[in-house]
Design a protein around this ligand. Sequence first.
Ligand code: GLN
Ligand code: ZN
Length: 768
Amino acid sequence: MTTTHNLGFPRIGAKRELKFALESYWKGQSSRDELKALGAQLRQCHWENQSGLDLVPVGDFAFYDQMLDMSFTLGNLPERVRGFQGDPLDNYFRVARGRSAQNAEAHAACCGGGVAAGEMTKWFDTNYHYIVPEFTASTTFKLDATRLLDQLAEARAQGVKAKPVIIGPVTYLALGKAKDQTRGDADKLALLERLLPVYAELLDTLAAQGVEWVQIDEPILVTELDADWKHAFNTAYHQLKASKVKLLLATYFGQLQENQHLAANLPVAGLHIDAINGRDDVQPLLNLLPSHKVLSLGVINGRNIWKTDLAAVLDWVEPLADRLGERLWIAPSCSLLHVPVDLDSEVKLDADVKSWLAYALQKLDELKVLAAALNNGRASVKAELEANQAAIAARRTSPRVNNPVVKAAVATLDAALGQRQSVYGQRSPKQAALLKLPAYPTTTIGSFPQTSDIRHARSEYKAGRLDEAGYQAAMKAEIERSVREQEALDLDVLVHGEAERNDMVEYFGEQLDGYAFSQFGWVQSYGSRCVKPPILFGDISRPKAMTVEWIKYAASLTKRPMKGMLTGPVTILNWSFVRDDQPRSVSCYQLALAIREEVLDLEKAGIRVIQIDEAALREGLPLRKAQWQTYLDWAVESFRIAANGVEDETQIHTHMCYSEFNDIIQSIADMDADVITIETSRSDMELLDAFENFQYPNEIGPGVYDIHSPNIPTQGHIEQLMKKAAERVPAERLWVNPDCGLKTRQWPEVIPALTNMVAAAKALRQAA
Ligand code: GLN
Ligand code: ZN
């Protein structure tokens, strides 16, 4: 018999119930008890949803984040929140979200005043963000198993076959940050000795409750580990092997590769691997794995929304089941946290596309069909398998998916497409002659405040209460407003302000063929925040121009250069659910060709500065460094295809929302944008070092205004930042601009901030 299990379930709720409950609690509109009750209700519902499985995860539910839960379980609270007197849940939210100094006084008596939030960062290569555990040399750990035991008791009361889920000690340390770091990773590794007894106590506590299996997540095993970390794995699991529970060591998101031997030989009772991304690990593991161990294969993709080709999985897994017998388990590849909950909620989704999809609940159904086929023969689930085959075949051959013209265009791509007519040194004087910009030219990153008027007009339009003409007029009024404001501010290169865009990816996806949009395809990004990635299902083409009319209108309102604004192919790709039937690179090239057409249409319409945002380029980097270059090669080539068809006089800008470029600077230079704007204000320009050391040849706009903060930067501060920038990059290649778009700010913040920014640029010109 093959055992079925699940690694984790999305906790946000099919209709984002947890999001709304959290936000209402944070606003003081509902009580802590109400929030806790909602949590219990969601857990109950999610366990019911998983009821047909042999083992169901418990402890995967978190009010904010599973890593933060683990920090509380291990008693690893940052010093600044220790000694808090109130309810632990409130302390938990203080670490998660911080408390501002403004509110601090009002709260000084009840909860100790202002406190900085824990740092948040991306969970491996997903779009989920966790709260980074903090360590110092004096960090100690102390078990608090309350949350886990409470949830276990709830699950048991409901008759759930519970498998508690925890983050393993090595991953926990590896993903944390040594706050008083002096010796790098050594500081963190030194804590292992203190950490392990707490893990041992936790496992004993669970054993005392009669728990048989515990899932212990060590996804760090799919990354490149140096000898110290490998050693830590051995130390940790040899120490934990005395425990009476059986450990299922869970890895996911990638391949074990050179860590296969290590993972196979740790003294645990079972190993789970991601058999979607790490399928090549399976054969070697069959030989490496000691014969008493369970091998759990993640055969259903927990990262995308496509139906599984069940027959193909069975063809592959049936022989393994014969060989492994009881030792074979099957599961989704990773926690289902990264997919939406229930496809049945989607009533508006295109019927064809819908028939090709599976959300979390449907993925669990697939798992059950696979188990039935393995345990009782394919005939026992004949109808299910036939329906699955029909959907898979329909998708494969659908004309909605396959566009021969697009396929041919990608098949015949050649490097010349990505090549500018001349090198930067030759085109830059031509651009200067055309644009006639001053030294330290000023610009913004694209969006201006999305006011409530704009949002209201859009929702009325979507609801059919505002007609097309009315909507156009409202957006044009906003564009005009932002152009007038920019002229009054005396900015040099203007933007239209992106009023008509709900979101920088969705806006383009909606206009491209090959994209679909869900209503309930929400995935947790962090805390109560969710994203609803558009679904790239078919070959991408652009039926008509997407931005030209708006930009032309904006340009008609001013004599100053108007910057056309587009989202780049890599960012569109990285922020979408993408196809699993062709390589990501192919989808990216298709997007690049569509954006290229838009760039050329803008140029034809007289727009001579065009920005192509690649906010998410870095996010797409593979987990393993060894695979970075391959990704960067096609990502950069895609950008070049999109951007570089223009004449020398047309100035290409790109924008990236971060400032770590050290390790990818060659690729950034290869993109060959005339101007790159980046986020630097919070790093005090030090991160420009990467550009300095590399002698980056083109122009740079290091952000001087932190748009995430409501604070208004002073002229003096901006001048100081620019002077630091000029120590690293020749002044004639510097631009002055904010860190990112201004859509989340209010006009009364934007005007004084940009006033100071323009004044700073003018002062720098004077001084030069
Ligand atoms: N042009 C976009 C804007 O200004 C860029 C946003 C981003 O980089 N995240 O909103
Ligand atoms: Zn940005």
